[in-house]
Design a protein around this ligand. Structure first.
Ligand code: NAD
Length: 268
């Protein structure tokens, strides 16, 4: 039985990486998907085709649409929700996936870069959640799953707005979950580790740099977008009906304090 049969889902930033994998996996599991893109309508259209093909292969009848919007812009978010509700009829699940990062020593970071990263990663996620919750309250429930990061709990020097945005996402997830738990609305997050996607272009195609990254991961390898999409599918589905306010880390053990694999701190 497909996990997401008949559900209508909006995925932000779904024209690449993890968002793309979520759109394809969800369609395969029977969901109609609204694929949000910021720039690059062509890539979003290509994801739509892949989602439709995956659904067809799995014998699922679904709708797939693309919808442009910058999640840092409130007016564009409102318009996106209007379009999605018009085209899909209603919404069952919001996936807050859009995210950006940019390295800079904190003492050299510009205010504009700080604001932009916070506006996309955290403020944008909240504004989308607010629109979804308004709709969910009118129809008796719904699900939000946020794309957080291991940097929700692990500091990331030279990426301070990214770290703050993901730390904030943890509290946003918990707070919204508690606020709306008795209204049939569940709010959870996924915390990926190092995943092979365009955001990590700096190391994925450079064997030396990739080896360095993977040497820190207890499972010894980076993860795939499909492995992350599977966790989103679980949290979006009724299989997780009693889970709210949680972050599930899918990180190959990165959150397990890998430096403590050997008992250096006890001198053995
Ligand atoms: P990605 O760069 O492929 O995806 C980011 C997506 O966000 C893109 O589709 C981009 O178009 C979209 N986006 C950027 N600015 C936007 C805006 N203003 N409005 C709407 N959409 C916008 O990289 P990814 O790895 O797939 O990242 C997806 C999410 O996963 C991000 O939130 C990221 O922080 C999180 N994440 C990724 C990793 C990883 O290792 N790849 C690890 C932890 C968390």
């Amino acid at each position: 039985m497909p996990k997401l049969s008949g559900k209508n889902v909006l995925i932000t930033g779904a024209s690449s990486g993890i968002g793309e994998a979520i759109a394809i996996k969800f369609a395969e599991e029977g969901a109609s998907v609204a694929i949000n893109y910021h720039s690059g309508k062509d890539r979003a259209e290509a994801v739509k085709t892949k989602a439709q093909q995956a659904a067809q292969k799995a014998g699922q009848k679904v709708k797939a649409i693309t919808v442009g919007a910058d999640v840092a812009d409130e007016a564009q978010i409102k318009k996106m929700f209007q379009e999605v509700l018009h085209d899909l009829g209603s919404l069952d699940v919001l996936i807050n996936n859009s995210g950006i990062q940019k390295p800079a020593s904190s003492h050299e970071l510009s205010t504009a870069d700080f604001d932009r990263i916070m506006n996309v990663n955290l403020r944008g996620a909240f504004l989308c959640a607010r629109e979804a919750i308004r709709h969910f309250l009118n129809r008796g429930g719904g699900v939000i799953v946020n794309n957080s990061s291991v940097h929700e709990i692990i500091p990331k020097p030279k990426y301070v707005p990214y770290s703050i945005s993901k730390g904030g996402m943890e509290n946003m997830t918990k707070t919204l979950a508690l606020e709306y738990a008795d209204k049939g609305i569940r709010v959870n997050a996924v915390g990926p580790g190092a995943i092979v996607t365009p955001i990590n272009m700096a190391w994925i195609n450079d064997p030396k740099a990739r080896g360095e990254v993977e040497s820190h991961i207890p499972m010894g390898r980076a993860g795939t977008s499909e492995e992350i999409a599977a966790v989103f599918a679980f949290l979006a589905s009724d299989e997780s009906s009693y889970i709210t306010g949680q972050t599930i880390f899918a990180c190959g053990g990165l959150t397990l304090y890998p430096e403590f694999r050997v008992a250096w701190s006890s001198g053995e």
